[in-house]
Design a binder for this molecule. Sequence first.
Ligand code: SF4
Length: 509
Amino acid sequence: MDFTKEKIPPVREDRLGACNAFGGTCHALSRQAKTGCLNNIRRSFTQTQGCQLNLSLIILSTIRDTVIIVHGPIGCGGGNIPMANGIKTFQKLRDPAAKGVVWLNTNLDETDLIKGGEEKLEEAILHADREFRPSAIIVINSCAPGIIGDDIDGLAEKLKDRVTAEIVPVHCEGFKTKIMATAYDSLYHGILRNLIDRADNPVPAGEAKGNSRKVNLLNLSSMSRIDEIELERLLGVLGLEARILPCYAHPDDFGDIRDAALNVSVCATHDDYLTGHLREKYGIPVVTSDIPVGIAATGKWLMNIARFFGLEKEAGQLIESETGKLEKALEPYRKLFKGKRAYVAGGEIRIFATAELLADLGFEIVGLHGFHYDRFMDDLLESRPDKEKMIINIGSGQPFEQSNILEKLKPDLFVGHLGINGWAGKHGIPVFAIFGPGASYMGYKGAFEISRRLARILRNPMFSRNIGENARLPYARQWYEKSAFAYLEDGDPTSQPSKGAEYGQQLPA
Ligand code: SF4
């Protein structure tokens, strides 16, 4: 179905049956997903959750030569303040002349919510075009104008002949979804409608297929330039030319996207909205396998791409040569990691690949935490050899559940997002960031660099122990005596005890 005919994309709860509340085993999650009832699970107590506007803003801010207009109250998008400096640096790694993030806010107040905010947005668009002369002006819609019904698409249409920049409305109002990953669909929806599907796009769709070796390598805002160089290197050995986008790309790059022979995604959760549309509308196939984090996943990723071009033999030789060298280099690390217990938290695709790498390095995986579940997790859940007993917690912004689980499991290592690692650190557990836009994680180089950094953390865990002994967590002792999933309910008030409490019994007391 072509969602881009509509101004506003669907949310992931509706499109993919996504859910953000579950506690139990991988097998139980897989079983319940098949019944289609995951959407009914809710928390009777919840701490906070991510807003899709903030994730959209992080990704869209990376696009060079743009002005971002956050249409909303001044606080919306404030989460991007600590990101802006890093994004400027990372933009310059791709283009030394890049200007960094130029970011305006329409600063809607109570009066605007009564009389409408379109006038302020019009003024902001005209100002952005006149003052900064960007290639694109990206209008990010927040809750308030979404609720009062500001027509940002109508305004973009009205102003298009008065500005030189392309206007890209993005509907990422936070109140519409509990699944932060809906941001990927919202921003790709705006990009597809305004930069790719344009009737005046001079790039003929599908022309370069056949013998073309050009691929769209779809990156993530969590990827570093080092990761991109590693993946480009591996594709280059196969004779493939990578065009990297959407992050840190130029708006013009999106117009060119239609001439590639293949879309290469490293994360289905991130890209399926875009790649599905490009496949249906322009016939561009897609390879979406595991994220190339770890030795096995990188090999699988490469082989799937090679298979499309009939380059299996070349890929086989490359994989053999790279893994041979790597296995030797990893020997001393494997001895150090053997038997250490690790808990892995993050995006649904990355946690499984990272857990597989850690297991390969000798760690025992004691639990997983995914920010949300959708159908892209199904095969990953089923593929875990220990799925009957492996604990998995689904949710974002619930550190109380995480704290309870960590208190019971007491892992030797916590691997997770920067935003939640601090809570694990207060338990005295050594922490390792599951991604970092300034470090190496992907491909064969990434597997080695992850091992090297992990060894540095685990050789001397005194820093973490000192934090654990001197920092206080905000939860009462009674909370740790309860099931970590005591506040998860399946939406049926007659069902007692809640499924969450029942599954929580599988954690040690
Ligand atoms: S939830 Fe709504 S009001 Fe809050 S930051 Fe997100 S868009 Fe703004």
